[in-house]
Design a protein around this ligand. Sequence first.
Ligand code: EPZ
Length: 430
Amino acid sequence: MERYIMKGGDPLVGEVCIGGAKNAALGILTAAIMTDEDVVIDNLPDVRDINVMLEAIQEIGAHVTRIDRHTVRINASAIGEVSVDDEYIRRIRASYYFIGALLGKYKSAKVPLPGGCNIGSRPIDLHLKGFRALGAEISVERGAVVAQAVELKGAHIYLDKVSVGATINVMMAATLAGGLTIIENAAKEPHVVDVANFLNSMGANVKGAGTDIIRIRGVHRLHGTEYSIIPDQIEAGTFMCAAAITRGDVVVKNVIPKHLEAISAKLQEIGCEVIEFDDAVRVIGKPCQMHTNINTLPYPGFPTDMQPQITVTLALAKGTSIVTESIFENRFKYVDELARMGSNIKVEGNVAVIDGVAGFSGASVNAPDLRAGAALVIAGLAADGYTTVDEIGYIQRGYECFDEKLRGLGAVIEKVDSDKELQKFRLRVG
Ligand code: EPZ
């Protein structure tokens, strides 16, 4: 079983380059099957969730050609199957994007219903509400969502809760519906805008993405395109927190600083220096960082996907911080693991009360999910002595070459897959 082993205590220093946004890519890859022409997608992160998605796209008959590690060509003209079902696709929740893409193009889709996951129950009722409003009949049969329509007709859809997935999914289906669709209370996340820009580059008519009202005028067909995915806001934020928690000095390159404003603001509040450049941010940690309060909210609020990374950072800040998780009900699971490193955090419902401690000591911990796993790694890099993080398959779902990028900043970290390799690391590092 692969795990990370690290010896913490040194500040991270240097430059790191951020890859393409996983959550934008998941939407864009599925949207790419909505045309029969060639689509070339660049700046794709080479991470597990993306590779699973590409396999699923191939599985239903599309041709996928890897041009290089971060570029693919997709041609979906040979899709012969509107039923997506392989054992892997069930493991990624974003498989729900197949419903919007297939329903839009073929007016028919059958996709396994994603279950709950480690961060919460994660219903998709709002996605289904949107598809029904567009005229689809939806049922759940043997664990799969079955969606069918004679034709899709534009509609006025109010999303009761701000949902990234529902906004993207309904937006995709509506691009090929007749007439005008208006999505109200839409999510404004950068990846919603990126999927909208991608659809527009294929000839769709989507306006207002990035605001809470998106207007989609349906078109008859979409055409081929070449598109480059935006940088990953959360990967960038994770490295920003890594700089802060290790009291380091890191230039995080290939980012859109505007997307990072909530994270930059909080790091500044606790005393870090954050310098913005055109396409980079530099974070300089300070020996004594101060407490603050954080509430996760839809964009432009503080992202739930950065909650574990900022919480571990606050666990080494002076004073008491309060972090409220407003999006997912089960996103503090890693706190018990962090306690093994000596943190002092109490969780009541969706609120964590963090009493900052002077230092962590290395321990063996388990990654409970993707972002919490990354947070435990950066905590380990700030801890005295050795830390091992198990279950790193979660981390590899969303971070490309995480250990390699950290080593580039001076971290003493390695991926090992046996006790023997672990011992070797200890002997070598001393
Ligand atoms: C996306 O999930 C991301 N995943 C998540 O990224 C991210 O945490 C989340 O948005 C919030 O930003 C992808 O983009 C693939 P939501 P999504 O619908 O779209 C409730 C990561 O670490 N809700 O915006 O599934 C839901 O329970 C991850 O990369 C409903 O009630 O999230 C939650 O409370 C994990 N009914 C809230 O809305 C619905 O039909 C927001 O969820 C849909 C959502």
